[in-house]
Design a protein around this ligand. Structure first.
Ligand SMILES: Nc1nc2c(ncn2[C@@H]2O[C@H](COP(=O)(O)OP(=O)(O)OP(=O)(O)O)[C@@H](O)[C@H]2O)c(=O)[nH]1
Length: 313
């Protein structure tokens, strides 16, 4: 959410440092040992990318591009530039911005994703950044099954100086979402942020509940929700990919948020997810602070991943 300002890139770089350290050390070592890439070195490069969770297809594609280039054995920088370019190419067309203040009012945003993925924290960070811009924000605790989740969200609402709506444990989440949307319309809210449950008895029940929430919101505003953000935790690796497939197929996801990229050396996982998903990546989380939720910029992300400075962005 944070707009670009001095320091945003260093936060990104710091956040991705586990991944970039692993990646650059390994990749540079391959190139230093081999002035041009022979078949064995290409294979080693591919393996390293797979180790960073890029997945076999993307690893092969990037390794293929690198193989076509020639590097001086000492030229680390050129290697990193080429790698960043190849990664950015994979992400082409997979970025988009999240800008709830430029859309219709009230702008209704639904947060979906499994428990622990960072939904609540992401919602709280977004709320804080919107209220800081003077927006009137309503936070809705749609995970009515877990009292702890409701409490956590209430704390975020207080911190962000946003209004809060919740119900007693076990109350109908769709009913709450309906009332919240109506209230937001009547009381002139700019943005409504609706948290949802991350786990019910089974997957189908969870999806049915989400679809019911969407249906009732549409009764108040046929164009809403204006955004459904799927929050995915980068530290669970390939599991995040299957979560994207489950939610993405059924829950009308319009954008992805990838959290906890700072907590893994395998941040490459963002790339196969970005490619597999119908929805673009909109935000990334690179730490626990409010400023650590950032707009996703493919070029900056790719450069940061290999430890390079931004290109005048
Ligand atoms: N390091 C780091 N931690 C994060 C990030 N985003 C969220 N977290 C942490 O991840 C944990 C889980 O986040 P929550 O927001 O509670 O996750 P949730 O999906 O709402 O989960 P439930 O509340 O259990 O449904 C919290 O301790 C957050 O502080 C991030 O980008 N980086």
């Amino acid at each position: 959410m944070t707009e670009k300002k001095p320091g945003w890139f260093s936060r990104l770089t710091q956040g991705l440092s586990k991944t970039s350290q692993q990646l650059t050390e390994q990749v540079t070592s391959v190139f230093v040992a081999n002035k041009t890439l022979d078949a064995a070195a290409v294979e080693a490069l591919e393996d390293m990318l797979i180790e960073s969770d890029f997945g076999p297809h993307i690893a092969a594609s990037i390794a293929g591009k690198m193989a076509a280039k020639k590097f001086a054995s000492t030229d680390d920088h050129a290697v990193k530039e080429a790698l960043a370019e190849a990664i950015a190419e994979e992400l082409k067309g997979r970025e988009d911005s999240f800008d709830p203040l430029s859309g219709p009012k009230p702008y209704i945003v639904l947060f979906v994703g499994v428990n622990g993925s960072g939904k609540t924290t992401t919602l709280g960070k977004i709320a804080a950044s919107l209220t800081a811009k003077g927006a009137k924000v309503l936070i809705v605790a749609g995970d009515t099954f877990r009292a702890a989740a409701v409490e956590q969200l209430k704390v975020w609402a207080e911190r962000a100086k946003a209004d809060f709506m919740g119900r007693k444990t076990g109350a109908d989440a769709a009913g709450l979402a309906y009332d919240a949307t109506l209230r937001a319309k009547e009381e002139g809210y700019d943005v409504v942020l609706i948290d949802t449950a991350g786990r019910l008895q089974n997957k189908q029940q969870l999806m049915d509940e989400l679809l019911k929430i969407v249906r009732v919101i549409k009764k108040v505003d046929a164009d809403a929700p204006h955004e459904t953000l799927l929050v995915l935790d980068a530290t669970v690796g390939r599991n995040a990919l299957s979560q994207e497939q489950i939610f993405g197929r059924q829950a009308f996801v319009s954008g992805l948020v990838m959290t906890k990229l700072d907590g893994t050396a395998r941040g490459g996982i963002l790339v196969p997810i970005a490619k597999a998903s119908d929805a673009p990546i909109k935000l990334i989380g690179v730490g626990e602070d409010i400023d650590d939720l950032q707009p996703f910029r493919a070029n900056a992300f790719a450069r940061s991943m290999v430890g390079l400075e931004p290109l005048g962005e």
